[in-house]
Design a protein around this ligand. Structure first.
Ligand SMILES: Nc1ncnc2c1ncn2[C@@H]1O[C@H](COP(=O)(O)OP(=O)(O)OP(=O)(O)O)[C@@H](O)[C@H]1O
Length: 243
C-alpha cells in the first residue's frame, strides 16, 4: 500500500510537486499518468527514498519514506527511470548483488536468480557484461533485479520506454502476475493507452498537481467524455489554464 499526502518538492524556481496526494492499493495496478515534466519521476523518487520531499508525507506499507527508509526499501522493488545497471558486472551478477542486499544467500539466492532469468527469458544475456546491452536487455535485467526479493510493492518508472511489442507484452503479463499475487503496483507513463490497458486506478498529474484520479470509469465520468485519451488531454489542459 502506498500513501502520498500533500507532497511538495521544488528545484530552484521549479515547483515539481505542488501538494500531491493519492493512494495505491494492494492487489491493484495504479498508473501515474502525466506529460513530460509533470512530476512523475519526482514522486517515484521520493517513494523510492532516493529523494526527500520539502513537505508532506509518503508511506510504503505503513513505513515512512523519510524516517523509515530502510524498512521502505526492504518491502519495495523499484525499476528506476534509467536502469542503473553496473556495466562491468554480468546480468546475473547484477541480479545476485541486489538479492544479497536483500539478505538472500546460497541456494535461495541462486534459485531466485535462476527463476527470474528464466521468467524474463534472459538466459542468453545473463552471463554477459551489462556494457553493450540493448535497451530491452537492460530493462529486463533491471526488472529481475527489482523483483528478486519478491517485494510487496513495486514501482516502475516508465517501464515500457524503448521496448518492442513482444517485450511490452511480456512486461504487461508480469505486471498482471504481480497484481494477482497481491502486490501493489505503481507505474508511471505519459501514454494514456498504456495506462488504460493495464490499470485499475489512474492518477493524472500535471504541473506537479493531481488533476484527476479514480478508476478509468470514474475519470471518464468526471471529465465528461467516453475516451480516456481525451480525458487525459482535458485534465492536463485544465491544469495549464489554471497555471
Ligand atoms: N534534480 C533536478 N533538478 C532540477 N530540476 C528538476 C530535477 N528533477 C526534476 N526537475 C524538474 O522538475 C519537474 C518535474 O520533473 P519529473 O522528472 O518529475 O517529471 P516527469 O513527469 O517524470 O517527466 P518525464 O515524463 O519527462 O520523465 C521538471 O520541470 C524537471 O525539469
Amino acid at each position: 500500500m502506498i500513501r502520498v499526502s500533500n507532497l511538495r518538492k521544488h528545484f530552484g524556481a521549479v515547483q515539481a510537486l505542488d501538494d500531491v496526494s493519492f493512494t495505491a492499493a494492494d492487489g491493484r495496478i495504479t498508473g501515474l499518468l502525466g506529460h513530460n515534466g509533470a512530476g512523475k519521476s519526482t514522486t517515484l523518487r521520493i517513494l523510492s527514498t532516493v529523494m526527500r520531499a520539502d513537505s508532506g508525507s509518503a508511506t510504503v506499507n505503513g513505513h515512512d519514506c523519510t524516517t523509515q527508509s530502510l524498512s521502505v526499501r526492504q518491502s519495495l522493488g523499484v525499476l528506476p527511470h534509467s536502469s542503473g545497471l553496473y556495466v562491468q558486472l554480468t546480468g546475473r551478477e547484477n541480479i545476485e548483488y541486489y538479492g544479497k542486499l536483500h539478505g538472500l544467500r546460497g541456494s535461495e539466492l541462486r534459485n531466485a536468480c535462476d527463476a527470474m532469468i528464466e521468467r524474463l527469458g534472459i538466459s542468453a544475456v545473463a552471463s554477459r557484461r551489462a556494457k553493450g546491452y540493448s535497451q530491452g536487455e537492460r530493462l529486463k535485467v533491471a526488472l529481475a533485479r527489482a523483483l528478486i526479493h519478491r517485494p510487496k510493492t513495486v514501482i516502475l518508472d516508465e517501464p515500457t520506454n524503448g521496448l518492442d511489442v513482444n517485450a511490452v507484452r511480456m512486461l504487461r503479463e508480469m505486471i498482471r502476475e504481480l497484481k494477482q499475487s497481491g502486490c501493489c503496483v505503481l507505474f508511471s507513463s505519459h501514454v494514456m493507452q498504456e495506462v488504460a490497458a493495464l490499470c485499475d486506478d489512474i492518477v493524472i498529474i500535471a504541473r506537479g498537481r493531481v488533476v484527476a484520479q479514480g478508476t478509468p470509469e470514474q475519470i471518464l465520468a468526471a471529465l465528461g467524455t467516453n475516451d480516456l485519451e481525451e480525458a487525459f488531454v482535458r485534465a492536463a489542459a485544465a491544469a495549464e489554464d489554471a497555471a
